[in-house]
Ligand binder design. Sequence first.
Ligand code: KIV
Length: 274
Amino acid sequence: MSSQGSVSRLTSVDIRSRKGGVPIVSLTAYSANIAAIADSHVDFLLVGDSVGMVVHGFENTLPVTLEMMIMHGAAVVRGTKRALVVVDLPFGTYEESPQVAFRNASRIMRETGCGAVKLEGGRHMAETIRYLVERGIPVMGHVGLTPQSINTLGGFRAQGRTEDQWDAIEADAKAVSDAGAFAIVLEAMAEPLAARLTQAVPIPTIGIGASSACDGQILVMDDMLGITPRVPKFVKQFGQIGHAIDRAIADYAASVRNRSFPAPEHTYGMKPKS
Ligand code: KIV
């Protein structure tokens, strides 16, 4: 089949090759229309399990199911042509064994058309990462604050706040890299630690609340756009889309209440006959 004229999609290999180069731009996305707007600006879009909090109103990411990830992942793939799409493996779908992880990750890849999956965890997930990569599934790692473990971490807490924790987190990042992950998310950790990990691993680090020294950055789309009511301290809002939506809905509501919408010329059958 000819691919002439089509835009070629970035792959995990392209992202891997960006270590130490031009910083990698990424955002989360959960729907086709927003993904389509982001597509030409980013290198990859992450269909994060943050979808549970952002779109479905859960308190944390634990209730997110494989079916939800597949539904949102497929929408984002349909909305995009260029960006690599990475889909999160949700809580409970990969921790049990490499085989269970393969079954669920391969289902995500098959049913969404995405190019890679992401999973949380360090040394204890290395065997699973290796198992998936050896069987054709590109894996992005995720260390530092791993939101699926909030119950053992004691909440959404930044990691590596004291230097005595740094060696363990570095060992996690190295294990993920050695196991064959093509990139690794560093979430909510002390800035010098994130900079040190970026030096320590040969794969790109993608920071979120980490360090500008990382090889790339990611933000939750709705946080960055100013839609989420309360955002973590490190988030810079690059827009105030929440206010824009509020104003547009208020204008619409007012026009309905004062009977100026729809305008007669836009009503079927009301156009004057010529
Ligand atoms: O689920 C998500 O949105 C994530 C990012 C915060 C990296 O994992």
